[in-house]
Design a protein around this ligand. Sequence first.
Ligand code: ZN
Length: 129
Amino acid sequence: MAIAREGRTCSFCAAPGGPGTDVPLVGGLGAQVCVSCIDEFHAIVHDEERVSTARGTMPWERMTDPELLATLPQILASAEQNFAFAQEWVDMLRARHISWAEIGRVLGVSRQAAWERFARKSGDKTVIA
Ligand SMILES: [Zn+2]
């Protein structure tokens, strides 16, 4: 099973991107970042004054209440995108015949717990004996 590249959003600004859009995304381990965020972060890390400002306060400490509220759906969308990636990853492991016991072991849970978390969502009908 292939991991989908379509329908992703930038984990930092929530811009929709990826194949079929004008917003290229670079990703890893579920997180995605767009070119605009890469440019912005690059500018910050190469500007001592901006690095000092960024270290002084967290961005949300400067946000208004409406800005905080508007950001909440973006945070949840990013979390859901990361969980969907984890689901695709588990589906890929299962397609390679990796056992629920091995998946559970690396997650620090029982095979039953791993199966309950991921198999039902993927439609995996494997029965845990
Ligand atoms: Zn972005």
